[in-house]
Design a protein around this ligand. Structure first.
Ligand code: FAD
Length: 390
């Protein structure tokens, strides 16, 4: 097909990265349909942490391939290259070493450091229950809304159309081939290729086609604290002993997220309370007071909540799914921001070349059929207590 018409459903960071990649690779008839405004789904809530520390090598590789764009954009993506520090407690030292080695073999700039060294980087934490640490000097945090806008500008410059307040009701097919989408307004848009990158909502758009994507909306509570300390140059901290992470802001505030997923709460992503519950607050307070013993003047600034679109193995689905011309990129399970530049390129490869151009990116690892096969994608060296996130 010389100049296929492409519809991308979903105006989050991944939908826009996909539209950007396909438009820049020469497709002239790409249209993005977003039911609300750009980055109004999971992207707008993202903590924006940029790191390559994963035990699933494909995730680590996609994060590593994405990193140069953050470095190139710097302020344009709100990227603060403060580094990424990971600390683990007893029982997880060997996993940390094995993961660092796997990442170094991929070329990732990461090294094991001593707990004393970690403590010098983050002087406000207690360390008596920490046993090992690793540091990525090129990690940090960025802004998912800014990156979404960046992709949107590039997609438009390469000829794509982006429509907001444009909800898709269903995917249209004839036989085993996709032919377009029908909007909630009743309008029909013809297409040869439809890529659904609609986060959790992807599953409901394909269920009518008898395609089952096992997605759940997993609630995560977030807290912003005022610490009374100079937080701007602190690295992002992933504390896998207490199962929490800290993203320092420049003004004494830090954003604290929960990495303990042993007691999941699944919600309706269109209807959930956008503040921490009393229970979430109690748990967070216990972990924060345990770890962050050195803040001179700590108080809670505010709380909020978001949803991860999780799959059974906490890894995404990036695949053509049953119908000719129908692709999905979903189920990013809390990792989808940092890998979004590479996700766009991978989807463009799948659509245009039928497979990944990069031999080290084994796209079939993210196939949908792995769930039905019972062949879940797992970390080779999972962390006790935080296996889902790594
Ligand atoms: C609290 C929180 C913290 C996170 N922190 C990090 C982090 O530190 N680092 C990291 O890498 N990742 C993080 N993530 C995960 C990351 O933010 C997401 O994986 C990523 O933003 C998902 O982007 P997306 O484009 O796939 O989906 P989304 O951003 O959810 O976009 C999907 C879009 O589809 C639209 N849509 C839905 N249905 C339709 C329809 N029928 N028609 C048209 N449009 C539709 C929605 O309105 C939405 O805008 C975090 C997520 C949360 C919630």
């Amino acid at each position: 097909m010389l100049d296929p018409r492409v519809v991308v459903v979903g105006g989050g960071v991944n939908g826009l990265s996909i539209a950007r990649a396909m438009s820049e690779r020469g497709l002239k008839r790409v249209i993005v349909l977003e039911r609300d405004t750009l980055a109004s789904g999971g992207s707008g809530k993202s903590s924006g942490i940029v790191r390559c520390h994963y035990g699933v090598s494909l995730l680590a590789a996609l994060a590593w391939r994405s990193l140069p764009l953050f470095e190139e954009l710097a302020d344009e993506a709100g990227f603060h290259q403060v580094g990424y520090l990971l600390a683990v407690g007893a029982g997880n030292e060997l996993s940390l070493r094995a993961n660092v080695q796997m990442q170094q073999e991929l070329g990732i700039d990461v090294e094991e450091i001593t707990v004393d060294h970690a403590c010098r980087m983050w002087p406000y934490i207690r360390t008596d229950d920490l046993c090992a640490a690793a540091f990525e000097p090129r990690g940090g945090h960025a802004d998912a809304s800014l990156l979404t806008q960046h992709f949107s500008r590039r997609a438009r410059a390469a000829g794509a159309q982006i429509r907001q307040q444009a909800a898709v009701r269903r995917v249209l097919t004839v036989g085993d081939r996709v032919v377009g989408v029908e909007m909630s307004s009743g309008e029909r848009i013809d297409a040869d290729i439809v890529v659904i990158a609609a986060g959790w909502w992807t599953a409901e758009l394909v269920v009518e086609l008898e395609i089952d994507i096992p997605l759940k909306a997993f609630r995560v509570g977030m807290m912003v604290m005022q610490t009374g300390c100079e937080s701007g140059r602190l690295p992002v901290l992933s504390d896998l002993a207490s199962l929490q992470y800290a993203r320092p802001e420049g003004d004494g505030r830090i954003v604290i997220g929960n990495s303990d997923h042993s007691d999941p709460l699944y919600v309706d992503p269109d209807d959930y309370r956008d503040r921490m519950t009393e229970r979430e607050l109690d748990r967070a307070a216990g972990k924060i007071t345990h770890r962050f013993t050195g803040f001179p003047d700590a108080s809670v600034s505010h709380t909020y909540a978001g949803c991860y679109d999780i799959t059974p193995d906490w890894n995404p689905v990036i695949d053509q799914v049953g119908i000719h011309g129908l692709f999905v990129a979903t189920g990013f399970s809390g990792h989808g921001f940092k890998i979004s530049p590479a996700v766009g390129d991978l989807m463009a490869d799948l659509v245009l070349e039928g497979g990944s151009r990069d031999p080290s990116v084994v796209a079939s690892d993210f196939r949908l059929s792995r769930f039905a096969e019972g062949n879940l994608l797992r970390s080779t060296h999972p962390y006790v207590g935080a296996g889902e996130m790594r």
